[in-house]
Design a protein around this ligand. Structure first.
Ligand SMILES: O=C(O)CCC(=O)C(=O)O
Ligand SMILES: [Fe+2]
Length: 231
């Protein structure tokens, strides 16, 4: 995994302006395969969810327990450090008083002290006919405004369908959808709850939801990094 080559100022500014940014592929196909294979390891998870049982769509996902697998933990820390200045800038624009530290452990201590102690990084697996309803990943009062999805399968090769969908709900206007089909190894950074949009009188909040369209053929495995822990 080589993140050093990422042009962070570019991706930070892209994320800040649009509410999402797709990083170039920096997980090798071997790292992707290894991570995807963890789905079937029985002892790594605190909870497993069958999505159709909850009205969340169709498919299965599992929340990792602490300690997280090292690749997940490292990436969660490194990405948080790059994201926290943008999160602070957004809170300033939106008039939210909370400021985030640059160190993930410090932020997680705040979550834990508030009773949000359970790890939220997850791994998701979809087969033909599976999909993920548009949602926001909120797990308590405290939240971090960005999250990451690691694309572990190759579209066209491992699966068809299964596009990543984002929906922006603009106040008093119709919604805008963005559909992405990232390559295996790419990491998508996107807005968890809402992003600031420039209006004539300052900034206003645009709510964002994300989900996955129906997988037509094959198997699609992704991992998600959420930076707040769960109550
Ligand atoms: O499978 C996907 O790409 C969506 C994952 C997701 O909803 C998440 O990581 O929060
Ligand atoms: Fe999600």
């Amino acid at each position: 995994m080589t993140q050093e080559t990422i042009d962070w100022p570019y991706y930070q500014s892209d994320l800040s302006q649009t509410g999402f940014t797709l990083l170039p592929s920096f997980l090798s196909s071997e790292e992707c395969r290894e991570l995807a294979n963890l789905f079937d390891e029985p002892n790594l998870y605190r909870k497993s969810i069958v999505m159709q049982n909850h009205g969340y769509g169709s498919g299965e996902y599992k929340y990792f327990s602490y300690p997280l697998p090292s690749v997940v933990d490292t990436l969660r820390h490194e990405l948080f450090t790059q994201l926290s200045p943008i999160a602070n800038n957004w809170n300033e624009k939106l008039g939210i008083n909370l400021r985030y530290p640059t160190d993930l452990d410090e932020w997680l201590s705040t979550c834990h002290a508030a009773g949000q102690t359970r790890p939220t990084p997850l791994i998701l697996k979809y087969g033909p006919g599976d999909w993920n309803a548009l949602h926001q990943d909120m797990y308590g009062v405290l939240y971090f405004p960005f999250q990451a999805v690691l694309f572990l399968s190759q579209p066209g090769q491992d699966y068809t369908g299964g596009e990543f969908v984002m929906l922006e709900q603009r106040p008093r206007m119709q919604s805008k959808a963005t559909v992405l089909l990232p390559e295996q190894g790419q990491v998508l950074l996107f807005t968890t709850k809402y992003r600031p949009a420039q209006g004539t009188r300052g900034y206003y909040r645009v709510a964002m939801r994300h989900g996955v369209s129906e997988v037509r053929t094959g198997t699609r495995v992704n991992a998600g990094l959420i930076f707040h822990d769960a109550a």
